[in-house]
Design a protein around this ligand. Structure first.
Ligand code: PLP
Length: 417
């Protein structure tokens, strides 16, 4: 059966604790040690139900969508569009027409910059972002600025990695035409008060784009309740495949926007004199889409929703508390990003040992962490460091894995004594 998670017990701590059984890739050894996968902010592993849904598409009803009258194409179209409906329900969008399949968060933000941005933002206008954005929420606006002379304005953050919002009213000026903010920082873990930012921006009639790449997998997002105008996320960070993601947009705004790319499927009628465009969401989905990816993402959302979200949050927050306490037992370890409200992301530096050396040693024990600037160089510049080690956890991780990390960080200290 499509989209059937292995574990369907809701509201049950046992099912959360046994969640990792659904992930075949977690059950392996790396360098003769059981894999400890702490690189979930980069990409999460995929449950069996997602793998099966992709396999089933290719091995039984592989076909192109939307244009076929034959049975395989009809089935592919149905499954692909069902995935869109699952995502609509998951984020509580008003209509499935507001769910646009894209390659990922980066693609979604570029779409908004080049479509909404080029038609609504002019020379001298401002786009407000934060100091903790991923490069994918900085560079698309800089490209737009080069094209049309608009400017970027930045909300700063404090030493704990929390946004400084005292001056938000001034930063939201009459020139501000869009606010684009990250919900949860990938390098600090900070969860930003986007409700406040959206409310204040809307008081001045300014639309808001939320980068939910690092929040969609850690809580419940209701786009109608949030009242955000656009929201972007990547499938591969919420247990789905790579190369697929979602741009949510309010229908009224999407309808006004010109297409981002031209080609098949996004048109209504083409002639050399004039072309008319397809209705939403297809207007923004030129060419053959990532069909297997869409179906796989649908399966991932079904998998995620088969768990009680409050149990997921509780488990991840318990891992966060435990990890914060244990990591500080390592002599010389400094956590980067200590916001009150954060996801289970531990960015740290250890004395003057280079993060790449730490990551390389940890890998010898089967521990997968990420080292570097995490595509947030302005965050590194803020702390005057080139890089951090980042361990990012989700609900399939365990306290024992944290203990093992801490043990091996002590070993790193020994090596560099
Ligand atoms: N925004 C944030 C906060 C991220 O963490 C990432 C990826 O790590 C992105 C955007 C870009 O996501 P993708 O590379 O899937 O497009």
């Amino acid at each position: 059966m499509m989209n059937q998670p292995l574990l369907q017990k809701k509201d049950n701590l046992t099912s959360i604790q046994s969640a990792r059984l659904s992930f075949p890739a977690l059950d392996q050894s790396v360098n003769d040690h059981p894999l400890v996968y702490f690189d979930n902010a980069a990409t999460t592993h995929k449950p069996l139900s997602v793998l099966k849904s992709i396999d089933q598409f290719y091995s039984s009803y592989n076909s192109n969508v939307h244009r076929g009258v034959h049975s395989l194409s009809e089935k592919a179209t149905e499954q692909y569009e069902n995935a869109r409906k699952s995502i609509q329900g998951f984020i509580n969008a008003e209509s499935a027409q507001e769910i646009i399949f894209v390659k990922g968060t980066t693609d979604a933000i570029n779409l908004i910059a080049q479509s909404y941005g080029r038609s609504n933002i002019q020379a001298g206008d401002e786009i407000l972002i934060t100091e903790m954005e991923h490069h994918s929420n900085i560079v698309p606006w800089q490209i737009l600025a080069e094209q049309n002379g608009c400017k970027l304005n930045i909300i700063p953050f404090n030493e704990k990695g929390e946004l400084i919002l005292e001056n938000l009213d001034q930063l939201l000026s009459s020139k501000t035409k869009l606010v684009s903010v990250v919900h949860a920082s990938n390098s600090l873990g900070t969860v930003n008060p986007i409700e406040t930012i959206i409310r204040k921006a809307h008081l001045k009639g300014i639309p808001v784009l939320i980068d939910a790449a690092q929040s969609i997998q850690h809580g419940k997002i209701d786009v109608q309740k949030l009242d955000c105008d656009f929201l972007a996320f990547s499938g591969h960070k919420i247990y789905g495949p790579t190369g697929i993601g979602v741009l949510y947009g309010k229908k009224t705004l999407l309808e006004e926007m010109p297409p981002y790319q031209g080609g098949g499927d996004m048109i209504n009628y083409v002639s050399f004199e004039k072309t008319t465009y397809n209705e939403l969401p297809y207007k923004f989905e030129a060419g053959t889409p990532n069909i297997a990816g869409g179906i796989g993402l649908g399966a991932a959302i079904e998998f995620f929703q088969s768990y009680d979200i409050n149990s997921i949050i509780a488990k991840e927050q318990a891992l966060l508390k435990y990890g914060q306490k244990k990591l500080l037992e390592v002599p010389g370890l400094q956590l980067i990003g200590t916001a009150e409200n954060k996801t289970a992301v531990f960015s740290f530096v250890l004395k003057d040992i280079h993060p790449h050396d730490i990551g390389t040693i940890l890998n010898q024990y089967g521990i997968a962490v990420r080292t570097g600037h995490h595509c947030t160089q302005p965050v590194m510049a803020h702390y005057k460091i080139p890089a951090t080690v980042r361990a990012s956890l989700v609900f399939y991780n365990t306290e024992r894995e944290i203990d093992f990390l801490v043990e091996k960080l002590h070993a790193v200290n020994e090596v560099f004594k």
